[in-house]
Design a protein around this ligand. Structure first.
Ligand code: COD
Ligand code: ZN
Length: 358
């Protein structure tokens, strides 16, 4: 089968013929039908998320079960599935506390080779998935069965960006009707935060992004106002739109310490900044101590939208089916796997909300 392999830091992806491993106990082989291209894949190529090459990237995908290994209990050949980039084993310490987004098996599923390169080199896969491929052999706990007619390219986005973004609003922040929200960074994940805030009934949703195409898309997906951070100070602009007070929730959806600090400054007294983006693993975030304590501002970390994927994937699919979540307008382009490097270029150049490989 063909797969896109990360072979060197900051280098291009190499699309090659590789062999997925035979499914062992608890493993499932999935024929991948669509895979979204997320900035986190680029974070791996750039070294911000440490993951040694060679590795099949891609962590936002959907497909059909092609084969099951021994001991697979919940999936059958022909089932429609979405990959979950954090497994949900259902029985570990965290899963038993409704925290499957912190599942104890998160690193175990990433730690074993899941395919072999033409020269025999074992290949790891991003987050135990590796959706930039025609097939993947992954753990059953990394899959959620879905029964829907939503098209593949839309379903794929639920595997990462949509669950992360909508979940950040609904689960992590728990935005309430009438709340005010700012979203710094309006790529695929940021647009999903905007849609989540809209579903929650936020009264003001301010989209902050230097790229006009992103701000325009945000208005179409639920933002009530936009801010161009290149025009004037983003914090001052957001405060001006909220009576000088700041927002109830400011989401950072890029992965830079400076914009996390901006999110903290944009939050009102008693409000919260929600860090969705991850900075380079060597970096730290500095926030001022007075507002943290004396203004009771909070800084919340958010991984995978604090989602319980076995509950939330079907819930998000329901929102799509009922017209409350618009995934069609988040997809700027569909491309073949061979065009993976072009998809990354378009993302870097700010030309797309999401590209999907089909
Ligand atoms: N102010 C406002 N917006 C900015 C600024 C700025 N100073 N600089 C860039 N932006 C905008 C860009 O124009 C772009 O629109 C947006 O920020 C980023 O969008 P994308 O499409 O490049 O990125 P996404 O949405 O695919 O991913 C964002 C993440 C935050 C998820 C990602 O970058 C990240 O931090 N990943 C690591 C965290 C992680 O692993 N998450 C789970 C898996 S995704
Ligand atoms: Zn992602």
């Amino acid at each position: 089968m063909r797969a896109a392999i990360f072979t060197e830091l900051n280098g291009p992806m190499s699309v090659e013929d590789v062999t997925p491993i035979d499914p062992g106990p608890g493993d499932v082989v999935v024929r991948i039908t669509a895979s979204g291209v997320c900035h986190s894949d680029l974070h791996v190529i750039g070294g911000a998320l440490p993951m040694p090459p060679p590795c099949i990237l891609g962590h936002e995908g959907t497909g059909i079960v092609e084969a099951v290994g021994p001991e697979v209990k919940g999936l059958q050949v022909g089932d429609r599935v979405i990959g979950t980039f954090i497994p949900a084993c259902g029985v570990c310490w965290h899963c038993l506390r409704d925290e499957s987004h912190l599942c104890d098996n998160t690193y175990a599923v990433m730690g074993s080779p899941r395919a072999t390169r033409g020269d025999g080199t074992p290949l790891m896969t991003m987050t135990g998935l590796g959706t930039f491929a025609e097939y993947m052999t992954c753990a059953e706990m990394s899959l959620v069965k879905i029964d829907t007619d939503v098209p593949d390219e839309q379903l794929a986005l639920i595997g990462c960006g949509v669950t992360t973004g909508v979940g950040a609003a609904l689960n992590t922040a728990q935005v309430q009707p009438g709340d005010t929200v700012a979203v710094i960074g309006c790529g695929g994940v940021g647009q999903s935060v905007i849609q989540g805030a809209k579903i929650a009934g936020a009264s003001v949703i301010i989209a902050v992004d230097p790229v006009a195409l992103k701000r325009d898309a945000a208005l179409g997906l639920g933002a009530t106002h936009t801010v161009d951070p290149n025009e004037a100070d983003a914090v001052e602009q957001v405060k001006a739109l909220t009576g000088g007070r700041g927002v109830d929730y400011a989401f950072e959806v890029i992965g830079m310490p400076s914009t996390v600090a901006q999110a903290f400054d944009m939050a009102r007294s008693g409000g919260a900044a929600v860090a969705v983006g991850v900075s380079h693993f060597t970096e730290s975030i500095t926030i001022p101590s007075f507002p943290l304590v004396l203004s009771e501002k909070r800084l919340l970390g958010c991984v995978y939208g604090s989602a319980q994927v076995r509950r939330d994937f079907p819930r998000l699919v329901g929102f799509v089916e009922n017209g409350r979540l618009d995934l069609g307008n988040m997809i700027s382009r569909t491309l073949p796997l061979d065009d993976i490097n072009e998809a990354f270029r378009a993302m870097k150049d700010g030309e797309v909300i999401r590209s999907v490989l089909v």
